[in-house]
Design a protein around this ligand. Structure first.
Ligand code: ZN
Length: 168
């Protein structure tokens, strides 16, 4: 029988989760039989959720409610604006609902969400789609194991067989 660990920093944690908004709308959930694996204590999941999972054991469940200030912030109405179509590179597909990452001119990357596309202008929203929303997570811990040295060095989880894909 393997020693059971509590969820703690530098451990790989597997969780099954469901995320809903206050109105009950399903935002996302882990796939059946495919829990999310993440490296605890490295900021790879939303901080309020990470905090709530600390100290949990395999098999434990919890519900976590994160108000906007602990999730994606309040919605800023002036963060919605029309931009000229011409400023977008021609090869970028502009479709309503898609996220676009562009350089902000100061070496950073800015994410905006396309709302509407017209011939000469594009309505973009700089708010995260979940800004202003309260997030309700139902989570079950399905596995906890110490991270391997390579995983700690990389800051992310590798597959059981040691394979990994750096797609991010
Ligand atoms: Zn890696």
């Amino acid at each position: 029988m393997e020693k059971s660990h509590t969820v703690q920093k530098d451990f790989v944690v597997n969780i099954e989760y469901i995320l809903r908004l206050d109105n009950g709308k399903l935002v996302e959930q882990s796939e059946d039989g495919k829990p999310l694996a993440y490296l605890h204590g490295h900021g790879t999941i939303i901080p309020g959720l990470e905090e709530a999972l600390t100290g949990k054991l395999t098999g434990e469940t919890c519900t976590v409610t994160l108000p906007p200030e602990k999730a994606y912030g309040e919605r800023l109405e002036d963060a919605v604006e029309w931009l000229p179509r011409a400023i977008f590179p021609p090869h970028v597909a502009l479709e309503s609902g898609t996220a676009l990452q562009i350089e902000d001119g100061e070496g950073g990357i800015m994410t905006m969400y396309i709302h509407e596309v017209e011939k000469n202008r594009v309505l973009v929203d700089h708010n995260h789609p979940l800004a202003g929303e309260t997030l309700n997570f139902s989570v079950k811990v399905v596995g906890v194991r110490p991270a391997k040295p390579e995983e700690l060095a990389h800051g992310h989880v590798h597959d059981q067989d040691g394979e990994h894909h750096h797609t991010a």
